[in-house]
Design a binder for this molecule. Sequence first.
Ligand code: PLP
Length: 376
Amino acid sequence: MIPIQMVDLKGQYKAIKEEINAAVLDCIESAAFINGPQVKSFKNNLERYLGVSSVIPCANGTDALQIALMALGLKPGDEVIVPAFTYVATAEVIGLLGLTPVMVDVDIDTFNTTAELIEAAITDKTRAIVPVHLFGQSVDMEPIIHLCEKQNIFIIEDNAQAIGSDYRFSDGKTQKTGTLGHIGCTSFYPSKNLGAYGDGGAIFTNDTALGKQLHMISSHGQSKRYYHDYIGVNSRLDSIQAAILDIKLSKLDEYIRARQFVAHYYDNNLVNIPAVKTPVCQHNSTHVYHQYTIKVPSDKRNKLQDFLKTKGIPSMIYYPVPLNEQKAFKHITKTNHSKLPVTKALCNTVISLPIHTEMDEEQLEYICKSIMTFFN
Ligand SMILES: *Cc1c(COP(=O)(O)O)cnc(C)c1O
């Protein structure tokens, strides 16, 4: 059996090696390392794939979130609502800009926050919310969109884990996650579903004027060379990464299907273990399974992880600590700490299993059998 990894980037590269090598060499030979034609091509292809009018490539997903917030003209003390059960970057940029992160709980089944939880946290200082499409499926956006329209609140989607996922509205219309709010953000960190060979990120919007402004902020607030209208940042996707991402974008749907195959294998083989709760799919979102995260009793979780390790099976805890309890946030977040019971419980019960595009049935059978052995 091939050794099991959380993500197999080497195996994925092997399958597309010639195409990638040629594109990278091409880029090096042309020496257009910054803003080369590869960046434009990737931007255009991603716009087409997502069905969005503007994609602004940038240096990483954290920058994407920061630039998105910078474009909204918020003042220190303005409140931005985020789930407490997410990666730190989502909330970090809020603190970095002197804004107040207000952390909300998530749904126990989908791991995502909801319109009800957000509504309960809205105050007269709330200016924006950052829903996170965690682990690869969409937040139930329609009620959130209605809520934010009524209250004049910006929506910035953190789509770092769900690129390629489709959300279905009640009228049957489907739309890609990241294009549902005012601004969407994603990361091309190597292990993400659309991963570069280094850092990368992008910002999406359907508002052309906002798209221009986002682009300017990502490029020193520059309207034309050496004319600066805003205080911005320097955040670019380099040409080599864009060339790689352009090739991988053409395979994204295939990669998503490979992940779904793995997830369905786990679903079918773990469903009969009473102590294991397999992930719940929402009826109105496709799941692109950035992570396959199960829940087990809290007194068994770490023991299961140790046991799997002895079997040569890696696993990860996403995430072990609620963000509102992190040292960095304790004093800046306006959160009633006792009010996030689901986040707290999830931090003690979740465990993410290996999932990637190169997994085979032999590995999957071995992992499922090992989990069964542990619970027997
Ligand atoms: C990966 C990730 C980010 C940050 O992306 P980087 O490219 O590493 O800066 C932000 N939010 C979520 C939910 C992520 O998973």
